[in-house]
Design a binder for this molecule. Sequence first.
Ligand code: PHE
Length: 341
Amino acid sequence: MKEALKKIKEEALGALSAVTGQQELEDLRVRYLGKKGEMTAILKQMGGLPAEERPVMGQLANEVRAAIEAKIAETKAAVEAMALEKKLESERIDVTMPGRKSELGHRHPMYIALDEMKDIFIGMGFEILEGPEIEESVYNFDRLNTDEGHPSRDWSDTFYFTEDSTLLLRTQTSGMQIHAMESRDLPIRIVAPGRVYRKDEVDATHSPMFHQIEGLVIDEGITMADLKGTLNTVAEKLFGKGTVTRFRPHHFPFTEPSCEVDVQCHECGGKGCRVCKGEGWIELLGAGMVHPRVLEMSGIDPEKYSGWAFGFGLERTAMRRFNITDLRLIFENDIRFLKQF
Ligand code: PHE
C-alpha cells in the first residue's frame, strides 16, 4: 500500500505539471481525489490492514492527498493566469491606431436653395403643394389654355405614355395651378416644387429632367404689382440686398399679360460673360396674370377674382444662389463639387 500511495503521488504530481487547460485539471482532480478516484480506492483498503499499521498508512495517505491538493491549487492558479493572459491578448485594442472615419453626407446644393425658397414663401403665407410627375394632358395643357396645335404639345418635345397623347411626363409644374384650384378654397396662395421633363439634349444649360417651382396666388384685387413686389422680395432674400431684377414681356398661353424675370449675372455683374451667354442677365422664371379663361375653366369667376402665377427654374436659381457656372455640375454628383456646400 505504501508503494501504491507513492506511485499515485508521483503520477499525480507529474500529470499535474503538464496540465495546460482547466478541463484537463478538473479531469485529473476527479481521477485522483474524486469519490471514485484512486485515493478513495486506496483508503477503502485501509480497513483490511493490521491495526498497528493503520495510523502510519493513514498519515501517509493524508500527506499524499495534501500534496496533490496543493499541486492542484498551484496548477489552477497558473492555468487561470494563462487563460487571462490569452484573453487580454486577443482583446487588445490599440488606442493609438487612427480611427476609420465615416463621412457624413449633407443636402444637395439645389435642395439647400429649394429649402431656402420654401422658407421664404412659407414666411409670406404660402402653402407648399406636391403633385404627380406622370400627368394628364388635361392638367399639363388643356386647362392651361394650351390648344391642340400648340408647339409645346409636340411629340418631339414631350414624353408621352399613350398614343392618344393623354398621359405624359409633365413638361412644367403649371398643372399644379389647376390641381390647386380644384382642391383649395379661395383665396389660394401656393408654391409647388417638383421635377419636369422635356426632350432636350444635355448641355451647360439644358437637361431632359429639371426642376421648377410653381407659384399661384388668387384673390380679389390681385395685380401685377403684387407679383413684382413678391418676386423682388424673394430675389433679395435669396440672393442678397440690392439684387437687380428685370421683367421682360413674354407670352404663355395661361397668363395674360406674361413676362419673364431675369436676375443680373453673378459672374460678370451684368457685363456679359460665358455663364450668362453674353447677356449680363440670367433668366430665372416665367410669370404673369392668370388668364381669365384658365380661371373660368376651373370654375372661378374672373370678374370677381384675379391672380398671378410664376414658374421658377430651380437649377438656374440654385446656380445663381451658389455661383455655379455649369448646370451639369448639379446632376453629376461629383463629390468634390458637392463637398463645397
Ligand atoms: N410653365 C412655364 C414654363 O415652363 C413658366 C410659367 C409658370 C409661366 C407660370 C407663367 C406662369 O416655361
